[in-house]
Design a protein around this ligand. Structure first.
Ligand code: 1HN
Length: 364
């Protein structure tokens, strides 16, 4: 039987010079194809090789520009008057990590940031000032420093500053949104409310009485789907819990005392895409190094300290105080130190890693 085989079948490919390969890549490019073997190692790295770098925003540097922005544009014209915290290695992409957006928002006494809704979930962490409120689903909540407030996906929300005589200074908060994730999925929708401020239909505090007193309604569905029904987690309660735990319970050698905020209906994170944490580094704390796949954004609430961040042999040290912000990217090794003690808020995309079964943490 006569079997005609191609000339190279069963043999090693003939040595090809790079010019021949380049010509080949050029030929297939016409047909929107490219060779996997040129990119395979970058596509499937042996460990996360994030393009993000650690970033630090000292409040003393940021504050004058926040105030200046207050003179340049009103909250109403801006819709949201925010200075975006961009990862220094991802400028122009409006993100602090590849999956998360962060910004510092300022509202002046008397201003309103008009009501709208979008599929992106948002968190607010109040940095300073009194007299502002956020409205979600017909209920307002006062924004006090250290409060963690959420805007569930597709709920109308607006912010305002009442400018009371006893609370007449600008209010600044950290915004965290899952914007890059929704962009990745091409699942972003948004619309404006017909009115600047949504009608208030419930007295302030009703949500926390209903869901935030370690009790739940006997009947009824989750009002915001996979998102927590609680939209304000006030700092006074968080602070007391961490303080008492620091004094009377075990201190974790890596984290100090660290708690996660919780959706009381599920036990999971407050939002499906973002986890939030508050941690206390006791006075004299010298932490052990750890790394995790979820890059995290930090807002310093109280005290002072420093964090050593190590990645691929390079060490970056941030020395932080109140209202400073910083980002520790994925798989960067972090080690905490605090002489006087410190309180840190943080958020990350951990729930998504966990939902996909790819979350990793390594504690040295
Ligand atoms: C938004 O709605 C807020 O509601 C803050 O305060 C930041 C960034 C991009 C898109 C929507 C807010 C935002 C945002």
């Amino acid at each position: 039987m006569d079997m005609t085989l191609p000339p190279t079948a069963g043999q090693a490919p003939a040595p090809t010079d790079s010019a021949a390969r380049k010509a080949f890549y050029n030929d297939i490019s016409t047909f929107s194809m490219s060779p996997l073997w040129e990119v395979l190692h970058a596509l499937v790295p042996t460990s996360p090789n994030t393009p993000c770098v650690p970033g630090f925003w000292k409040y003393a540097d940021v504050y004058p520009y926040l105030m200046k922005s207050g003179q340049l544009i009103t909250a109403e014209e801006a819709v949201r008057r925010v200075l975006i915290l961009e990862n220094p290695a991802l400028r122009g992409q409006s993100c602090i990590t590849q999956s998360l957006y962060a910004g510092l928002q300022v509202i002046m006494p008397g201003e309103i940031a008009p009501s709208h809704r979008h599929t992106q979930s948002a968190l607010r962490f109040v940095v300073e000032g009194h007299g502002a409120y956020t409205a979600v689903d017909g209920e307002r909540t006062q924004m006090k420093p250290g409060d963690f407030i959420i805007t569930p996906s597709w709920t109308f929300h607006d912010h305002g500053h009442e400018g009371r005589v006893d609370a007449n200074a600008p209010v600044v908060w950290l915004d965290g949104l899952d914007i890059p994730m929704l962009k990745f999925f091409d699942a972003g929708f948004a619309e404006n409310h017909a009115e600047k401020s949504q009608p208030v239909t419930k007295p302030e505090g009703m949500t926390n009485y209903k869901y935030g007193a370690n009790m739940l309604p006997v009947r009824g569905n989750s009002p915001f789907g996979q998102t927590s029904p609680i939209f304000s987690y006030p700092y006074d309660r968080t602070r007391e819990a961490l303080h008492e735990l620091e004094n009377h319970a075990d201190i974790d050698a890596w984290d100090g005392v660290k708690l996660r905020y919780v959706n009381p209906l599920t036990g999971g994170s407050p939002m499906p895409t973002m986890a939030t944490f508050m941690q206390r580094l006791p006075a004299g704390f010298k932490g052990k190094p750890y790394r995790q796949t979820d890059g995290a954004v930090y807002s310093v609430v109280e005290g002072h300290g420093s964090v050593d961040i190590q990645f691929n042999g390079k060490v970056t040290t941030f020395t932080f105080g109140p209202k400073d912000h910083f980002v520790i990217p994925s798989w960067h090794t972090a080690t905490w130190h605090s002489a006087p003690g410190s309180v840190l808020f943080s958020f990350s995309d951990r729930p998504v890693h966990q939902a996909l079964g790819i979350h990793r943490e390594e504690r040295v």
